[in-house]
Design a protein around this ligand. Structure first.
Ligand SMILES: [Zn+2]
Length: 489
């Protein structure tokens, strides 16, 4: 874990400064054309997965700062739409526990964790000397409750992974997670703790091979870097790439190294990609990946900044096309974590993740949004599928996309023939996992015990009960909630 690759340099360009290019172009009404898309082999017909959904109300109350594009409030909007569409009837809804420091240490360096734990807006002036060491600045500011926020979204991803391992869910959804840029030693691109790496490390205790798929507009660099030299995790990222767009990595020739050679797949795209090109490319690549790699579990990062009209994005995707990627991966019937990520036009992030929650549940949502206390965000159309395409010219020519596809399929053929790659079932470390669990149970670590107690108390509560018992839950939460009670609402 935490292997650093040496051959990639990180340009100084910042996330917030990523610039849009191009002008208005033509868009496609993709939602109406979906039925014509064909699905590929390896799919499970009439799949009825058990779905777990992770939400914690406080997660939506954190603030990176007034001008900062990352708005955790998008999580509140999403949860309200999900609940008012009645999707909780199709899922087990959990209020997950926070990750412990020990769990976060499975990937992150101790001195970095120590810094995250200690720094606050009140003491940051005294700690300013550490800021350059830990990449603190405009993209990754110090904000009130930052460490608690990290523990909440990471705890949910870890719980989601364990849920899949236990076999009591087939799909686990955590829209709070997906912070794919965080590095072992530092934050990056609005991400402080890499919940995805932590979740994959859990999955690797049981599954011989884990596939990571990333449809955020930014390269999934933190996850790729963590697993760059292993053949047990394949990372596959679809993103804008021109060498300058944040984070500056994700070229097609970043393929992994050592044992991991060919196990990193990068699909670099240009501005303005439209629904049809994107989904066609996605399905072609993922079909080949699934056939070749045969993962035991999938982690699908659904960053919604690849939608058209995103505040930081430059693609033309509709919510229907974004969701089609989720639908396509679901049909393989492989245990899957579905997590969030970027997404900066928050009214559309909430629509997108709600639509995708419906997809994993296998239910069709009416296009008119249900009324919520946040109605004003969705005016004037109040629709699940607003028109998002057409702002940016599509710079991905057919020839470019064909060449890209050919290169990736060739890489997968190499992988198939590579002598180091044996697709036999690696003995899963389930015994180690169980022993570890037992060890945790006996652990006298107070945080851990408190969190587990909270967790047991909140598990399998129907969402109506969740809200009714919200006050009690807050009281039980003790210290951590006292800390976050000063949070702006
Ligand atoms: Zn992003």
């Amino acid at each position: 874990m935490g292997r650093r690759k040496e051959n990639i340099t990180y340009p100084s360009t910042t996330f917030s400064a990523s610039v849009r290019e191009g002008s208005m172009g033509s868009g496609l009404d993709f939602a109406s054309s979906l039925s014509g898309q064909d699905a590929s082999g390896g799919v499970v017909e009439h799949y009825r997965p058990r779905v777990s959904y992770y939400m914690r109300e406080q997660a939506g109350n954190f603030h990176y700062g007034k001008q900062h594009p990352m708005k955790p409030h998008r999580l509140t909007l999403t949860n309200h739409l999900v609940l008012n569409y009645g999707l909780h009837k199709y899922m087990d809804v959990y209020e997950p526990r926070r990750a412990t420091e020990e769990e976060i240490r499975e990937f992150h360096a101790e001195d970095y964790i120590d810094f995250l734990k200690r720094v606050t807006p009140d003491n940051q002036d005294q700690m300013r000397t550490c800021f350059s060491e830990f990449n603190i600045g405009d993209d990754c500011p110090i904000f009130d409750g930052m460490w608690d926020f990290c523990r909440i979204y990471s705890g949910a991803s870890i719980e989601a992974a364990r849920k899949l391992i236990s076999g009591s869910a087939d799909i686990a959804v955590n829209w709070m997670g997906g912070l794919h840029h965080a590095k072992k030693y530092e934050p990056s691109g609005f991400c402080y703790v890499n919940d995805i790496v932590l979740a994959i490390l859990q999955l690797l205790r049981y599954y011989p091979r884990v596939l990571y798929v990333d449809i955020d507009i930014h390269h999934g660099d933190g996850v790729q870097e963590a697993f760059y030299t292993t053949d047990r995790v394949m990372t596959c990222s679809f993103h804008k790439y021109n060498g300058d767009f944040f984070p500056g990595t994700g070229a097609i020739d970043e393929m992994g190294s050592g044992l991991g050679k060919f196990f990193a797949i990068n699909v670099p795209l240009q501005d303005g990609i439209d629904d049809r090109s994107y989904t066609q490319l996605f399905k072609t690549v993922m079909t080949a990946v699934m056939e070749t790699f045969k993962p035991g579990a999938i982690v699908l990062q659904c960053g919604a900044d690849s939608l058209g009209l995103d505040r930081l994005g430059v693609f033309n995707l509709s919510i229907a096309a974004h969701g089609e990627c989720v639908r396509f991966m679901r049909r393989f019937g492989v245990p899957m974590m579905v997590i969030g990520g970027g997404g900066y036009t928050i009214r559309n992030v909430a629509r997108c993740w709600t639509y995708e929650t419906g997809i994993v549940c296998g239910t069709e949502l009416p296009p008119d949004l249900p009324p919520t206390v946040y109605n004003d965000f969705f005016a004037p159309d109040f629709s699940l599928h607003p028109q998002l395409s057409g702002r940016v010219v599509n710079h991905n020519s057919r020839a470019y996309l064909n060449a890209l596809t050919a290169r990736i399929l060739e890489q997968l053929r190499y992988l198939k023939g590579a002598p180091s790659v044996q697709m036999q079932e690696a003995p899963p470390d389930i015994q180690g996992f169980l022993e570890d669990q037992e060890g945790h149970d006996k652990d006298v670590h107070s945080d851990r015990n408190k969190d587990e107690k909270d967790d047991r108390a909140s598990k399998r509560e129907h969402i109506a009960e969740f809200y009714e018992s919200d006050h009690d839950q807050d009281q039980q939460d003790g210290e951590q909630d006292e800390k976050s009670s000063g949070m702006p609402k």
